[in-house]
Design a protein around this ligand. Structure first.
Ligand code: FES
Length: 71
């Protein structure tokens, strides 16, 4: 499904950018070489970012906790 009509970004492209490190809509646009136009997709992108980290149980931003176990 297309999330950003202005830039033809579908869910797959947005999830790919998030998986590669995008943490906000601006980073998602940048990852695909485009810029926001109308901005209506921003809230949906933020929801997708939150959902990604809710599923993975990782924080969306910030450094790792100091007492995090080493791999
Ligand atoms: S729908 Fe994404 S910028 Fe317009």
């Amino acid at each position: 499904m297309i999330v950003c009509i202005c830039n033809a970004l579908n869910e797959c492209k947005i999830r790919q950018a998030i998986a590669e490190g995008a943490r906000n809509p601006a980073a998602i646009y940048k990852a695909h070489g485009c810029k926001p136009q109308c901005g209506k997709c921003g809230p949906d992108m933020k929801t997708m970012i939150s959902d990604h980290f809710r599923r993975s149980s990782a924080p969306p931003t910030g450094p790792a906790p100091k007492n995090a176990p080493r791999a």
